[in-house]
Design a protein around this ligand. Structure first.
Ligand SMILES: *Cc1c(COP(=O)(O)O)cnc(C)c1O
Length: 458
């Protein structure tokens, strides 16, 4: 039996209703959840019901049950971790993506989706200042984008060393050296672990968390063999960028592949005011970024970008006949680890289409200037110290001793007007602010700074 609209309509109508309630509630609800997962277990769990329930009743029960346990992550006053909100066009496109329910593995199977994703990929390359011929794969996030870029890197550096990793695996092959900055994101290590490359060698970083090029040059000179260098565009605590041009130059001089983890920072390239932070990044070999952070599409979406399609398609492709030439766009599945997947590029297309070039520029500039405003507001609070140079979207704050910083953070999170992460950076406890939501406005900023002031006074 073909699924019929009348069987969907009531549930989808209820879903629209609950989405409206949720999005409306963000203006006033406490940002933090009101209960923990254990408290919700009896409401949402227990024994599986014996029989069926009507779809619309399921939607109502789900929305009511989960509501106290939701964090106001799409709120303009949420500044935790690095978490974007959702642009209206991207959310609507994401709903449609589920309704269309396309398996996005193959070109001929879903030409519409492939055309949308290829357009979105080309727009992203343009905005990110990357080579137009690069391959773009839509993955779940920067973790998998790092994995994808580093998998292509592994393929290329081992091929150059005369080792066939597709046929022979890693056992018995040359050891691949991986050099990273001391303050790379933990998911780089995770991706390297998935790839069987072990723990990378850390190169020293400066007071803002930027990799030190002289240390990289020394580390490169100390060894040889197949080498991968992983740089960072956007440090979690400071927002700082590794010195791209110099690091890439020295890495390439040693024959290394350069991968850039730019989960949120790569989008600085879309702003003429900020793109200097990334200068030279386009000469790297692969790049990872998120769409669910700075670009504000719903979870989950990241972009894995590789300049030369060959090592990428050799790693993930299943079409032996392409191996000779790698001509043409190929199938989506040749650019990502998954075979079957959701049409993740569709919300990216909608976000970029709705913003246009100037809208993306304003979005990125707006996040950075809001971070500046928050830093200035917090700096004026007695006892508060901004511990990083605020160059992009991240602000780290200390309130005297570690103990006091932890106390202020705990009071702030309990207050519920805003949410910021407690963290530890360069040997100190900090309160970390990440400005990643398109909807944060001046009132959100003022209310959040007031909340920090109250927490610091308590
Ligand atoms: C968030 C982040 C990641 C991981 O991205 P996910 O989308 O969570 O997989 C990697 N690197 C940096 C710098 C990040 O900020």
């Amino acid at each position: 039996m073909t699924a019929r609209w009348p069987e969907f309509a009531p549930a989808l109508d209820r879903a629209t209703h609950h989405a409206r309630e949720w999005l409306t509630s963000l203006a006033d609800r406490p940002v933090h959840p009101r209960v923990d997962a254990d408290a919700l277990a009896p409401v949402l769990g227990g024994p599986l019901p014996e029989g069926p329930t009507a779809p619309e009743a399921v939607v109502d029960e789900l929305a009511a049950g989960i509501e106290p346990g939701l964090m106001g992550m799409p709120s303009g006053r949420f500044f935790g971790w690095v978490i974007g909100g959702t642009l209206p066009a991207a959310l609507a496109a994401d709903w449609l993506t589920s309704a269309w329910d396309q398996n996005t593995a193959m070109r001929h199977a879903t030409p519409g989706v492939v055309a949308v994703e290829e357009a979105a990929g080309a727009w992203a390359l343009d905005l990110l200042g990357l080579p137009a011929g690069a391959d773009v794969g839509f993955v779940t996030g920067a973790t998998m984008a790092n994995f994808t870029g580093l998998a292509a890197a592994r393929q290329r550096v081992l091929t150059d060393a005369g080792w066939d990793v597709e046929r022979d695996g890693l056992s018995g092959g040359p050891r691949v050296r991986v050099l990273v900055g001391e303050e790379r994101h933990g998911t780089v290590d995770l991706a390297l672990r998935y790839l069987g490359l072990g723990t990378p060698t850390a190169v020293s970083a400066d007071g803002q968390g930027r990799l030190v090029v002289d240390s990289l040059a020394r580390a490169l000179a100390e060894g040889d063999g197949p080498t991968i260098v992983c740089l960072q565009a956007g440090n979690l605590h400071s927002g700082a960028f590794d010195p791209m041009a110099d690091a890439i130059e020295v890495a390439h001089a040693h024959g290394a592949w350069v991968h850039v983890d730019g989960a949120f920072g790569l989008w600085a390239a879309a702003s003429p005011r900020l793109r200097g932070l990334l200068a030279g990044h386009e000469r790297a070999d692969s790049w990872a970024t998120d769409a669910h952070k700075t670009l504000n599409v719903p979870y989950d979406c990241g972009l894995a970008i590789v300049a030369d399609p060959e090592p990428l398609r050799r790693t993930f492709g299943m079409h032996a006949e392409y191996f000779a030439t790698f001509q043409g766009a190929g199938d989506p599945m040749e650019r990502v680890p998954e075979l079957s997947r959701r049409a993740r590029g569709v919300p990216v297309w909608a976000a970029l289409r709705s913003l246009g070039r100037s809208g993306v520029e304003d979005l990125v500039d707006g996040l950075a200037s809001t971070a500046r405003a928050i830093a200035d507001g917090i700096a004026a609070i007695e006892g508060a110290e901004i511990v990083n140079d605020v160059v992009f979207t991240q602000v780290s704050v200390a309130f005297g001793s570690d103990e006091r910083t932890r106390e202020v953070t705990a009071r702030l999170l309990a207050d519920g007007v805003t949410w910021m992460s407690g963290s530890r950076w360069q040997g100190r406890d900090v309160l970390r602010v990440s400005v990643s939501n398109w909807s944060t406005d001046a009132e959100d900023v003022a209310r959040s700074i007031d909340a920090v002031r109250r927490a610091a006074a308590g």
